[in-house]
Design a protein around this ligand. Structure first.
Ligand SMILES: Cc1cc2nc3c(=O)[nH]c(=O)nc-3n(C[C@H](O)[C@H](O)[C@H](O)COP(=O)(O)OP(=O)(O)OC[C@H]3O[C@@H](n4cnc5c(N)ncnc54)[C@H](O)[C@@H]3O)c2cc1C
Length: 371
């Protein structure tokens, strides 16, 4: 079930249903190619792709599903079916954003892009007292960012011994983190505006092999950790919300943090109706998340994530990224897809899985209006 084969002649990859992202990255980079995928190497290709696929290269190349040429799946009635733009096109539409609902994917075929081998990166850390100024820099930058730049604004708490100045340890910070996937000689020009705001207390800037970057967080997020994340799409966030979030991060029971990822670029150039993924036009993906190890902290950390997201609820627009939304249930499914897409998905579910065999997911109920 694992394994990825790349054909450099056609610039395509075939990943089996149990392959991990790291396998796809290594196989593609061996030929100077890439599929835009997620940021942790041991994530499954299947789950990530079937929900959309967001990571470091998507503003430049598009979501993972925008590179999906074909998916093979075993359906609820036991058939092996191939879905593409021309074979079972409606099923292929649903597989790109809500795919876990319609079968067990056994193989994926991806179109690859020439890329690599390096990624240029920067992380700028600021005291949280600068949160409004840092947000203003980020918001203005995101509105006209070159496609080659993936950029995140966040609020976190400076860990002890994390290389932060002593007076910041344990206190909330704001940060800007970017990846530049274009030519090395364009990095300084393309990211200058991110450096033009308040003076950071620390700035880590450099170039690293793409494959190293893609596995740099594998240990931090090693299997067995507990994590919870909820997110929404948004076009703006009220300044007052940011002050509340700084306070929430400062007083979080665990390691809760808040981040805003710039979308747009190639993601937003695909028409909204092309795939089941909802919210192509959104400027931002807004998230609260937490990871921890002790099961006794489950409730406290989950409640914290939910509380943080209520702060930005008034800013939310259509859709939420399914793979960035741990909350499940009918309300969450409706929020992720919006009413119109959910109606279309429910019809697809009735056609392919009327008994709801595949329900351990962001479930689209077969009955009309039941989701
Ligand atoms: C540490 C970490 C980092 C992450 N980083 C990113 C990121 O950078 N970008 C991003 O977009 N997402 C990211 N995610 C979210 C990730 O995309 C989802 O958790 C995704 O569901 C994981 O897929 P998986 O294959 O590992 O599936 P699992 O966790 O095993 O399953 C998730 C869902 O997919 C279904 N599923 C799994 N395999 C198949 C299959 N072959 N056919 C049909 N359904 C299947 C399962 O039934 C379940 O509903 C991250 C998650 C974690 C925990």
């Amino acid at each position: 079930m694992r394994g990825v084969e790349v054909d450099p002649g056609t610039r395509t990859a075939r990943a089996n249903g149990g392959a991990l992202l790291g396998e796809l990255d290594v196989a593609a980079q061996a030929h100077g190619l890439v599929c835009p995928i997620g940021v942790v190497g041991h994530t499954g290709v299947a789950g990530l792709t079937l929900g959309g696929g967001v990571g470091r290269l998507q503003r430049q190349f598009g979501l993972t599903i925008d590179h999906l040429a074909a998916v093979e799946l075993i359906t609820a009635d036991g058939r092996l079916v191939r879905a593409t733009e021309t074979e079972e096109p409606e099923l292929f539409w649903g597989m790109r954003g809500a795919g876990w609902n319609f079968g067990i994917a056994t193989a994926f075929e991806f179109r690859l892009q020439p890329f690599g081998p390096s990624l240029h990166r920067g992380v700028l850390i600021f005291p949280a007292t600068e949160v409004q100024a840092v947000w203003a820099v980020f918001r203005d930058y995101a509105a006209r960012a070159p496609d080659a730049v993936a950029v995140i604004f966040g609020i976190d708490r400076a860990g002890e011994g994390g290389g932060y100045p002593d007076d910041l340890a344990g206190r909330p910070i704001a940060f800007l983190a970017y990846n530049h996937s274009g030519a090395a000689d364009a990095v300084e020009r393309d990211t200058a505006a991110l450096h033009a705001g308040p003076k950071p207390v620390s700035a880590t800037i450099g170039s690293q092999p793409y494959l190293d970057v893609q596995t740099a967080h594998d240990l931090v997020f090693e299997w067995g950790h507990r994590s919870y994340i909820n997110g929404r799409n948004a076009d703006d966030v009220r300044p007052g919300a940011l002050d509340e979030l700084v306070e929430l991060v400062a007083t979080a029971p665990g390691e809760g943090s808040f981040s805003i990822t710039a979308l747009g670029g190639a993601i937003g150039r695909v028409p909204e109706e092309a795939t089941a993924y909802a919210g192509r036009a959104a400027a931002f993906d807004v998230n609260a998340d937490c990871s921890w190890s002790d099961p006794a902290l489950d409730d406290a950390n989950r409640d914290w994530v939910r509380r943080a997201m209520t702060v930005v609820e008034p800013d939310a627009t259509l859709g939420a990224y399914a793979n960035g939304h741990s909350e499940v249930g009918p309300k969450a499914t409706r929020l992720i897809y919006g009413d119109a897409k959910l109606t279309r998905l429910a019809a697809l579910k009735r056609a392919w899985d009327p008994d709801n065999v595949f329900h351990v997911n962001h479930n689209v109920a077969p009955a009309p209006d039941a989701s």
